[in-house]
Each structure stands twice: as structure tokens, then as C-alpha cells.
Design a protein around this ligand. Sequence first.
Ligand code: SF4
Length: 316
Amino acid sequence: MKKKYLFGPVASRRLGISLGIDLVPFKTCSLNCVYCESGATTVLDTKRKEYVPVADVISQLDEFLKTNPEIDYLTFSGAGEPTLNSGIGKIVDFVKDNYPQYKICLLTNATLLNNAEVRREIERIDLCVPSLDASNTEEFYKINRPTQQLDFDDYIKSLIEYCRSTQAEVWLELFIVPGINDSDEAIERFMEIVKSANPDKVQLNTLDRPGVVDWIEPSSAENTMRFVRAIEPFVPVEAVGPFKYKSSALRQKIELGKLDHQIVELIERRPSTLEDMVETFGIDADIIKKRLDALVAAGKINSERSSRGDFFSLPL
Ligand code: SF4
């Protein structure tokens, strides 16, 4: 069967290997952003319906997932706003009930998060990447060009509430449009929104490919750093556009994420003690000890007492 509603898997700079799921026809959205890489919105609406048949999406996903593909995320994305499809919850439930080993990511413009039904339907996702490009109504109209039905204050309030209450990891994406949303006052307002929402990280993005209009310029490295300096004291920041940056908290997280693998690699070469590992990895003993205990409990490594302390090695 042709993967009509699925695209990829593709290697994504942010998500690793990702299989895209497209739930609305080109180009159905509640916004008409000036930077949209998919082009101008043709159906501008907040009305939800089964834009593409959910049963077909589920059957295509089932056919694909039963081959056990190696992917990092199933990602609701595509050319439009995925939460406009009223069947998104059925797809989330199908994946989580039948293929719980796969993680689900939702890229959303966040304008439907004021809808309790939408929030309930996306409850089981693992990662949400909502966008936040405007710090006030004026910027919202200039950058996101929403439908008449949307109110900026309501959108921000719902976004903050969602970020604070969800179990999913949240990466708030902020697109910098020089001259529109990068004044000192705008950065101050963004900082307040970010402080209230308290996401896991903020991703700063800017123009990388042509948008819908020709007047947008990419944010310079120095300009992007103004946002980094304002937001980083509260939430880790990553710049993902042409200029790359990562808060040290995120760099540390990545190193810690690889720690199990590094421990196994080290003791494969030679059995080592906790002290050896502290010296080798330059990481706090408490952190390494926790991972060692977990690896021993999972039967992935052995621990053996000797006069120089506990030695860790691979099971024979
Ligand atoms: S919300 Fe996303 S899909 Fe919709 S117009 Fe903006 S960038 Fe394009």
C-alpha cells in the first residue's frame, strides 16, 4: 500500500529518525505564517473535522510499524495544523495501545490547545513542539496572520496552561522575525511567557529557507544571542536555525543520555571501578553510581568485590 499519509522516515536535525504523519490536506491551517515553508494557507480555519480518513492512516501505520522499523519518533507534522483533524486522538491511542515502544511527537501551532477535547486526545504523546512567534496581538497579526476566530490572549493562556500541566516533554519553538518580534520589549514579554510556561527547553529558529513573503530576513547570530541571554536564566535554550547554540544544561543532558553506552564501552575494554569512571568521564560519582546500579539491576553488567573496591565488568 502506498504510504499516502505517511512520509519518510527522514533524518531530522531535531528529532533523529522521524516518520511524518500528515493529517490535513495541503494547506489547511488556523494560521498563515509569513515564514511558512509549505507556502500560503488555502483553508484558513479552526474548525476540526476528519480531514483525511483516520482508518486509512491507522491501516498505513499498522502496515509500516509491524515491520519493526528503527525510528526515534512518529511525528504529526506536514503541511498544516495536525490537531485540526478530529481523529488525531484515535491515532495516538492506536499507536500507544499496539506499538507502545514508539514515541509520538506533535508539531503544533498551539492555537487549538484551548480546546479540552484536543488536550485529552493528545494526552499520551511523548513530545510536544508548540510554536510561539508573537509576544502580543500586533506581532500575532503580522507574523502568524490567524483566522478571525483566534484571540491572542486566549492562545497564550492555553499554551501556558498546557505546558504546565502536560506529562509530555515540551520544546517551545520561537521563530525570530527581525524587525517584528525582536524589540527589547518583545524579548521581555517572551521571557515572561516562557517563565510562566516553563517548557523543557526553548528552541530559537529563524529563516533558513524562503517563506511566503520576501521581506523576512534571518536573525543574525548576535540578535539570536539577545534572546538566549534573556531566556537562558529560566529555561535551557537551543538555537536550531543557521546559527547554532545549546545551553550547557542541554549539553550535559546529552552526555548523561549517552552515559550507559559509555560505561558499557569502557568496561568492555577493561573492568573498572566507580573511581576509575569518575576519572575517565569527569562526571559526579553520585550520577555514575545511579547508572551503575540500574545497569547491574537490569543484568547488563556485573559487579565483583575486590581489594581495590567493586569492579564492574560485562557478563560472560
Ligand atoms: S502554523 Fe505551521 S503550517 Fe501553519 S502556516 Fe504557520 S508555519 Fe505553516
